[in-house]
Design a protein around this ligand. Structure first.
Ligand SMILES: Nc1ncnc2c1ncn2[C@@H]1O[C@H](COP(=O)(O)OP(=O)(O)OP(=O)(O)O)[C@@H](O)[C@H]1O
Length: 370
């Protein structure tokens, strides 16, 4: 097709051309191609400009950039257009919850972030991933359910705030860097967080989830308490989770506990979206040297054995720790850094995996009388 004939394309022919090119696009976030997904909403060629609008059921902003880069030249050549006006809209799908449990008011999907043991960077990953989902274009909240060490308020710089209660029963979430947040840490002091016992802790956490006045959210990230004991099991059973992410380090001891996490979710039928290997590689802040100080290859072997996937390998770097300590996580403080790109990639893969692994609930709006 040459540029002389472009004004004569029928709408059907033009659409077929665009579909032909978009169908060839492959990406880690696409299990099936964009045509199967019925993502192409609008195609038109006006005054030499090709208009293409996509609507995606999961956040897709970074992948959309890849699509533009990889297909624009072909599209221009085939249609004879001089420029392309690309548009991406999201209509985030609500996915079926475990055992069809009723949802939380306003919340489309809940993603649990867990770890078999403490200190592997579960909260750091949950916070930066939540911010990355928001940067990718979603409405996002984070609930810090880590009763042993609620660190999300510190990481978001909101540790001195307390949720208000507009009606004396429910709590208004605290907004931080565009996220709606609530945390057990806003409600208890460091000293009494440790004395929570199983049933009491689970009940308090369920209340925190259900009695927060969440705004409309596409994704609520749940920072679970570390470990695989009774509290975690009760939570995994009772919270209407859509999918779970397990965070580990490459150390053998962490991997053994991560395996327990995978088994726990399997036991309660929560779909595991995959494993994040945090502190995968130390990057020296002076010379940039990469060193696998906690070992390598373990997480890959784990996901293969348990038929799940390695979602991301995140480096151990002083910047990540400093930014969190200062209440301004890297995804917010350094939006153009390679770290942020990694977290956004993780967010995109998690959102996509949630979609492909699940079943869409059509037109679902989670209502609860408040
Ligand atoms: N990739 C990383 N690079 C540098 N520092 C990191 C990284 N991941 C986590 N950290 C730091 O390690 C410490 C522990 O992280 P974090 O609190 O996220 O772990 P956790 O698994 O949630 O722990 P716990 O469950 O015990 O609360 C924090 O100081 C955090 O800033």
């Amino acid at each position: 097709m040459n540029s002389q004939s472009h004004s004569q394309h029928t709408p059907e022919a033009l659409r077929a051309m665009v579909v032909g090119v978009l169908t060839t696009f492959e990406h880690p976030t696409l299990k099936h191609n964009l045509t199967t997904l019925k993502a192409l909403r609008h195609v038109a060629l006006m005054n030499g400009k090709l208009h293409i609008e996509l609507v995606m059921p999961f956040v897709w902003t970074s992948a959309f950039e890849d699509l533009k880069e990889q297909t624009s030249a072909d599209l221009l050549r085939m249609t004879g257009a001089q420029a392309i006006d690309w548009r991406l809209n999201h209509d985030i799908a609500t996915m079926k919850r475990v055992k069809n449990t009723p949802g939380v008011n306003g919340v489309k999907n809940i993603i649990a972030v867990s770890s078999g043991k403490g200190g592997v960077g579960k909260s750091s990953t949950a916070v930066n991933m939540a911010l990355a989902l928001a940067a990718e274009g979603a409405k996002v909240g984070i609930l810090d359910a880590d009763i042993y060490g609620p660190s999300v308020p510190n990481m978001l710089g909101t540790e001195d705030q307390r949720p208000s209660s507009p009606d004396g029963t429910h709590m208004a979430p605290i907004m931080a860097h565009g996220l709606a947040t609530n945390s057990i840490g806003y409600l208890v002091t460091d000293d009494n967080a440790m004395v929570w016992r199983g049933p009491m802790a689970s009940k308090a956490l369920m209340q925190l989830l259900n009695e927060t006045l969440w705004p409309e959210l596409d994704y609520l990230v749940l920072d679970m308490p570390p470990g695989t004991g009774d509290i975690q099991l009760t939570l995994a059973q009772n919270i209407p989770v859509t999918g779970a992410v397990v965070v580990t380090t490459p150390q053998d001891i962490a991997l053994i506990d991560a395996r327990k996490g995978l088994v726990m979710f399997e036991k309660v039928d929560v779909p595991v979206l995959g494993v994040v290997e945090n502190m995968s590689m130390h990057i020296c802040s002076n010379c940039g040297h990469h060193e696998a100080i906690f070992g390598s290859g373990g997480a890959q072997a784990l996901v293969e054995k348990y038929h799940t996937r390695l979602l991301s390998q995140l480096p151990l770097h002083i910047t990540l720790r400093q930014d969190l300590d200062e209440g301004e996580p890297t995804v917010v403080r350094r939006p153009d850094s390679e770290f942020t790109a990694l977290y956004r990639q993780l967010a995109g893969v998690v959102a996509a995996q949630l979609y492909w692994q699940g079943e869409v609930i059509p037109g679902d709006i989670a209502f609860r009388a408040v």
